[in-house]
Design a protein around this ligand. Structure first.
Ligand code: ADP
Ligand code: MG
Length: 568
C-alpha cells in the first residue's frame, strides 16, 4: 500500500526538487507546520520580523542567484503586507515566489479567519498567480511558478494554499509526477540585427553603452567587458548595473553622466529600460536625433518611450558576444576622438567639485566627506546595499562597485524599506559563497526606520552586516536641534512638527544594546574611521554606525531637476 503524505510535505519537497534553497517569512496559522516541513525537506528557513522585509530578502536572493527565493506568509494581513515586496520584485524584473496560507475552503464566503481574495490581489504584481486545485497537483504548480518566475523577463509567482489543503493527507502515488524546471533557454538575437547594430556603432561619432541591471542579472559581465574593451566605447552603468564593468574601468564615464546622455549620437542599451531612471530616452536629457540600439530579453519592452533604430530581442550575454565577434579587428572607437576628449574633460571638472566637498571635514559633516572616507575604508569587493534619498543618490556616485551584483538599492520602484531585507539576503549569500566578503548597508535615517527591527533577525542568524546610518534628522532634509526644539515648543506638537522631521540626534546605534553589542555614534571623521574599522572586524552579527551630518547638507548643484519635469 502507498504511504500517506500531507500537503505541507508535498509542497516542501516540490520546492526542494525545484532547487529552491531559501525561504524567508513569518509563520502563523495556517503555515507553521509548512515551515517545519520546509526545514525537514532541507530548505533554509529564515524567520524575519516584517513580511515586507522577508519579501525583499527573498527577491534579493533571486537576483543574486537566478534561483527564486520563497517568501512565506500567513493569510489575509500576511499576504497584504507583502504586496509592496511583490510590486518591487516585479518592477525590478527579479524572480520571486510568494507562498501564502489562506483560510480553509469550507470557511470561505462565510467570514473565515483572515479570509481574503489572495489570488486576485496578487495578480497585478505577478506573472502567475494561482491556487492549486488539490494537494495532488501541488508539484505541477510549483514547477510552473519557478518557470514563470525565471523564464523570459523574470518576475513574481504567487501560490495560494488553503489550510485544509496543507493538512490534507493523500496517497503518495496520486501526487502528480513532475520534473525540475530546466534552466531558461538562451535567447539568441537575429543575425541581421547584429549586423545593423555593428554598422550603426561603426558610423557613430559619439557612441555610448548603457549597462543596466538586466546585464547584471543575466550574468553577462564577461561578454560586456569584452565588448567595451574591444570597441573602446565609453559606458555608463545604471544604479544596479554598476560593477558589471568595474566603476574603476577607464571606459566608465559616470562622473560625466549628464554630458554622456545629452550628447551621445548612438546608444547601445544593454538591459536597462528607458523609464524615469534614464529620463525616458528623450530630450532635453538626450540629443533629439540620438539612435538607440535596444537589447532586451522582453520583446514587448523594445521601442518603449522612443522607437529604437535597431531593436534586438535576445540575451545580453549572447548579443554582446556576437557584437564583439562582428566588430573585433574591424572597429575601435579612437581614444583620441573629440567625444572621448569632451567626456574626460567633463569628468575631470566634476571630480574637482566633488573632491573639494569630500575633503571638507568640518563638523557637522556633509554627505560627500562621509562617503569619501567610507570608500577609503571599506573592502573594495564588498556588497553595498543602499537606500534613502540623498544618502542613496550621493552614495551611489561615491561608493564604487568593482564586481557585478554587488549593489542592491531602492531600484526601479524607488522603494524605501528594502535595505535591511536585502542585506540579510546578501549576508546569507556571502555565508555560502564568499565567507570573507562583507555586506555594507548604507541607510538614510528615514529609510532605516522602515525595517529597523530586522536588526534582531541579523542578531539571531549572526549576520555580520555593517549598517551605516547617515543621519540628518529627517526625510530629505532635517532640522538642527535648536530649531526643532523651538518649533516643537511653539504650539501643539501634531500641528507644528514638520512632516519631514524625525527626532533630532536619535541614537539608532543603541539598538545594538538589544543584544549587548557595541554601537557607534559619530559626529566626526576620526570617529567614523574608528567605528568602521571596528565594525568590519566582527563576525558575530550586525553593527550600527550612526553618523550625524549637517541637517541641511545637500547634493551638489544639478543641471536638471529631472523628477519634476512634466509636460502635462
Ligand atoms: P536598470 O534599472 O538598470 O535601468 P531595468 O530594470 O530598467 O534596468 O531593465 C532591465 C532590463 O533587462 C529589463 O527590461 C529586462 O527585461 C532585461 N533583462 C533581464 N535579463 C536579461 C537578459 N539575460 N538578457 C537581456 N535582457 C535582460
Ligand atoms: Mg534623512
Amino acid at each position: 500500500m502507498a504511504e500517506e503524505v500531507d500537503g505541507n510535505t508535498i509542497l516542501a519537497e516540490a520546492l526542494k526538487a525545484q532547487g529552491i534553497e531559501y525561504v524567508f517569512g513569518i509563520v502563523g496559522i495556517p503555515v507553521i507546520d509548512l515551515s517545519i516541513a520546509m526545514q525537514q525537506a532541507g530548505l533554509h528557513y529564515v524567520g524575519m520580523r516584517n513580511e515586507q522585509a522577508a519579501c525583499y530578502a527573498a527577491q534579493a536572493i533571486g537576483y543574486l542567484t537566478q534561483k527564486p527565493g520563497v517568501c512565506l506568509v500567513v493569510s489575509g494581513p500576511g499576504l497584504l503586507h507583502v504586496m509592496g515586496g511583490m510590486a518591487n520584485a516585479q518592477s525590478n524584473c527579479w524572480p520571486l515566489i510568494v507562498i501564502g496560507g489562506s483560510c480553509p475552503q469550507d470557511h470561505e464566503g462565510i467570514g473565515g479567519f483572515q479570509e481574503c481574495p489572495q489570488v486576485e490581489l496578487s495578480r497585478p504584481y505577478c506573472k502567475y498567480s494561482a491556487r492549486p486545485p488539490s494537494a495532488a497537483l501541488i508539484p505541477l504548480h510549483v514547477e510552473k511558478a519557478v518557470r514563470y518566475a525565471t523564464y523570459g523577463r523574470p518576475g513574481v509567482a504567487y501560490l495560494d494554499f488553503p489550510g485544509n489543503m496543507l493538512m490534507q493527507r493523500i496517497n503518495s502515488d496520486v501526487v502528480s509526477p513532475t520534473y525540475p524546471c530546466p534552466e531558461p533557454p538562451i535567447a539568441y538575437p537575429d543575425p541581421n540585427s547584429i549586423q545593423k547594430a555593428a554598422q550603426l556603432l561603426r558610423q557613430a561619432e559619439r557612441p555610448l553603452i548603457i549597462v543596466g541591471k538586466g546585464a547584471a542579472y543575466g550574468k553577462a559581465e564577461a561578454a560586456v567587458n569584452e565588448l567595451v574593451n574591444v570597441t573602446n566605447i565609453p559606458f555608463l552603468p545604471t544604479p544596479m548595473g554598476k560593477g558589471v564593468v568595474s566603476d574603476t574601468d577607464s571606459h566608465c564615464v559616470s562622473p560625466a553622466r549628464t554630458a554622456a546622455l545629452q550628447y551621445a549620437d548612438t546608444i547601445l542599451l544593454l538591459g536597462a529600460r528607458l523609464n524615469w531612471m534614464l529620463h525616458f530616452g528623450r530630450p532635453p536629457r538626450y540629443d533629439p536625433k540620438v539612435k538607440f540600439i535596444h537589447v532586451d530579453i522582453c520583446v514587448e519592452e523594445l521601442h518603449n518611450s522612443v522607437p529604437a533604430e535597431v531593436a534586438i530581442h535576445g540575451d545580453i550575454g549572447a548579443t554582446a558576444k556576437l557584437l564583439t565577434e562582428t566588430l573585433k579587428g574591424r572597429y575601435t572607437h579612437p581614444s583620441s576622438s573629440p567625444w572621448w576628449k569632451q567626456l574626460k574633460e567633463k569628468a575631470a571638472k566634476n571630480k574637482e567639485v566633488v573632491t573639494a566637498m569630500s575633503l571638507d571635514t568640518k563638523v557637522p559633516l556633509n554627505y560627500y566627506t562621509v562617503f569619501h572616507h567610507l570608500q577609503n575604508l571599506i573592502p573594495k569587493d564588498c556588497i553595498i546595499v543602499s537606500e534613502g534619498a540623498n544618502t542613496m543618490d550621493i552614495g551611489r556616485t561615491m561608493l564604487l562597485n568593482i564586481l557585478p551584483r554587488h549593489r542592491l538599492d531602492a531600484g526601479t520602484f524607488g522603494t524605501m524599506g528594502v535595505g535591511l531585507g536585502f542585506a540579510v539576503a546578501a549576508a546569507l549569500w556571502c555565508q555560502k559563497n564568499a565567507p570573507n566578503k562583507r555586506v555594507l548597508c548604507v541607510e538614510g535615517d528615514s529609510a532605516f526606520g522602515f525595517s529597523g527591527m530586522e536588526i534582531e533577525t541579523m542578531f539571531r542568524y549572526k549576520l555580520p552586516i555593517t549598517i551605516v546610518i547617515v543621519n540628518n534628522n529627517g526625510i530629505y532634509g532635517g532640522f538642527e536641534k535648536e530649531l526643532f526644539n523651538e518649533i516643537q515648543s511653539s504650539g501643539e506638537v501634531t500641528k507644528v512638527t514638520p512632516p519631514s522631521s524625525l527626532t533630532v540626534n536619535t541614537h539608532y546605534e543603541r539598538m545594538m544594546a538589544l543584544s549587548d553589542k557595541e554601537g557607534f555614534f559619530c559626529t566626526s571623521i576620526p570617529q567614523l574611521e574608528e567605528a568602521v574599522r571596528k565594525s568590519l572586524m566582527v563576525k558575530d552579527g550586525p553593527r550600527i554606525i550612526n553618523v550625524m551630518i549637517n541637517p541641511s547638507a545637500d547634493r551638489k548643484t544639478q543641471t536638471f531637476n529631472w523628477l519634476t519635469e512634466s509636460k502635462l
